[in-house]
Design a protein around this ligand. Sequence first.
Ligand code: NAD
Length: 434
Amino acid sequence: MKIAVVGTGYVGLVTGTCLTEIGHNVTCIDIDQNKVNKMREGISPIYEPGLDELMKKNIQEKRLFFTTDHNEGFEGADVIYIAVGTPEKKDGSANLSFVEQVAKDIATHVKKDVIVVTKSTVPVGTNDWIKGVIQKNLVNNVKVDIVSNPEFLREGAAIYDSFNGDRIVVGTDNEAAANIIEEINKPFGIPVFKTDIRSAEMIKYAANAFLATKISFINEISNICEKVGANVEEVANGMGQDNRIGSQFLNAGIGYGGSCFPKDTKALIQIAGNVNYEFELLKGVVRVNQKQQEMLLNKLEERFDSLEGKKIAILGLAFKPNTDDMREAASIVITKHLIEKGANVVAFDPVAMENAKKILDSKINFASNTIEAIKDSDAVLILTEWNEFKDLNICTFEEYMKQPVIFDGRNCFDLVEVKKHRVEYHSIGRPPLI
Ligand code: NAD
């Protein structure tokens, strides 16, 4: 199969590369020339464990190609994947302008029958609209079928997930097209769930909204735990052992971030609103998440009379570990607030520093390692649960900080272990150790 993938972000580049790994011939198209130049040399523009190696191997074996030229990229393609961004608009709805541009590019350039597969997360009804845009603008007399194939990979584990996903959702009104997409994916050995287009589109939003709900739920439980003297980790553990509930997504913290949950929850609220349905539960989930980011700040401000001139160390900037993605990271809101309060903020993240420097306040100082960040600090805030931080010996805080006051937004440390040290430790949903 000759495949084109449009958009080489976290989804497009991983999808394209993994499709070559199972034997397909893939050309990835992106409008960003710098990215394309890098990728041609086997260098991934994003941090994703294992991606560079797979890219290099498949470039060498002449299965993986990159271009900015849609004409070249679509040449001879049997299947075109759309994997461009669908960011949030001001009103919370999904911005489909990138998808629309790709649909027009497809219409202009395809010269043979083709299946268009939408990987981007798009509101219900969008695939029908994409088909309409393509048909309206078609230059050549060719047949275009459309398939909704939402993506479920997790940044930081994207390669693993591509080969070990729980299911591949294929939504289409054309059985032959569904069978071809199933055949393409067969070597992954992952069950294929075939359904209609609109249900496939809804599955993606419903799945993300459900996971976000689990996170906000356990965060609310954690806030109550703090007031009634319970320990949320014990509670989550006891709850998660019930198979009907499951143990995943029950880690209390400072809320979800990233490029998917925040925008997809708001988009689903909009999708419901468009048909005059008020999604009350999901609105609550979003509100709880916004509030949760402030919880750690409230604790910090209760502890210090003023933050003016205090050295506050931030460990972790990315929205979660094993990624350099800063989109909607809690660190954005938290560091902005600290700067407003006059704190001297020194931050460190193992891989997200370059992206962070582009978007965070210019007053923030960036350290080159953990020790440099925490040295002589008045308090440390842990915002991302990188292993590098979880593996820290608590003695390090005692040794290097001006006073060892830790606000752990990700519950990185075991309370029993922390108790052995002379540190002040505030975490989420667990009793403080003072
Ligand atoms: P991204 O922003 O990282 O990448 C999008 C890429 O598309 C960019 O490289 C951009 O230059 C390129 N692009 C934009 N317009 C283009 C055009 N006309 N032609 C060619 N390239 C173009 O996005 P992402 O995080 O990979 O997400 C892509 C989609 O997948 C979104 O809809 C997202 O919601 C969904 N998704 C993302 C994830 C995730 O973890 N990031 C997971 C599942 C689904």
